[in-house]
Design a binder for this molecule. Sequence first.
Ligand code: PLP
Length: 444
Amino acid sequence: SFNPVSDLENGAERSHDGGKVGKEMIGAALQKHIQSVDPHNCEVGEEDAFFVADVGDVYRQHMRWKKHLKRVTPHYAVKCNPDPMVLRLLAALGSGFDCASKAEIEQVLTMGIDPARIIYAQPCKTKSYLRYTAKQGVKQMTFDNTDELYKVKEIAPDAELFLRILTDDSASLCRLSQKFGASMENTQELLALAKKLDLNVAGVAFHVGSGASDPAAFLKAVSDARTVFDQAADLGFTLHTLDVGGGFVSETFEDMAAVLSGALDEYFPPHIRIIAEPGRYYTSSAFTLACNVIARRTVEDKDLGIKNYMLYMNDGVYGNFSSIMFDHQHPVPQILSSKRRPDGFNYSTESLLDSGYTSAEEGVTESNGGRMIDYSIWGPTCDGIDCIAEKWASTETVDVGDWLYFEDMGAYTKCSATRFNGFTDKHETIYVSSEPGASALLGF
Ligand code: PLP
């Protein structure tokens, strides 16, 4: 009886507090999984780090999108997190897909998605990938340089090309414009060459940088895009689509959307189709990662009477915490379990809270109750760079065998994990759904 579409439309007035329900479901799934792992007898891999993903969270992000960016059809950036359940849900919700490689295009096509819902948003494409793309009927793709135009002419002359322009991405978390985007001085020349080669330029694309924080960047990019539309019209092209890229973050989404919507309405009449390539906006908060503490080292300064503790987890910067290196993230640890295990066994040879511990930070020994314990948190590889948090304080004892969890681990995490040191890059994902609409679409 549940209608996902009407749920979307009535999003703001709902009594269902999906965020709260989601947190509870994630907590329950985390607990259930760790209780199922017997630390004394488990098989190799059973205590591996694992994700819990709330697909309801992705669904809610889509509702927000529909509410605040009505004009803009999202094309989810698969690179951000190619999780199959996320892709299935977004496909069912009507999203398109931004793919950057043959493998991403193949993954989306294998789901039965119409090639017209895909944009190959990589201005510098591998020739064999382009051959594959052309054969599969994926026509939309970006370009930003003359060499690429010759390549497209040779391999995919029927392509619908989007000229990607440079943006001011200086206020973004991950800058892209030092690598991609034609400057406004070059757009005329590129359009003229496309015309000469008899190619089909169908639109303009930009990306204001991943994790954008300055709405003015969107404003300027939309106005630059208008200039390119006009240049193209003068050359006889009829551009019909503007691609406003990604860069949206949940925290500032409404503000960004308001500025972007205003700019779109000012510069682009309603018959121009607007698409976007959001990645982290959709998946960041949906995924929580749980990691097992595999080792602990006590570091003691006898002169100062200070102790702190190094915790080694079974996931690190070469794994799902690759976001620390590549995405400038600072994941925040939280304790999932401390020494109270179902079997009552305490791995620790010493209970930290009973050890006369002195906080290095405070420089004083506090009463047992609220006393902070200083930790640093490390990944499992041999490399010293594999550090998740140099400093983390908690009142709780964390022992070998305990679990820590980290929220907001859905964007640019598992997609860039490696197998360095022989650790796995394939971590289990347990799915929950805090939204009946998402459950209905996915058949949960
Ligand atoms: N589109 C392109 C071309 C990108 O390079 C990226 C990220 O690098 C995205 C979309 C997704 O960006 P975001 O996750 O910030 O929305």
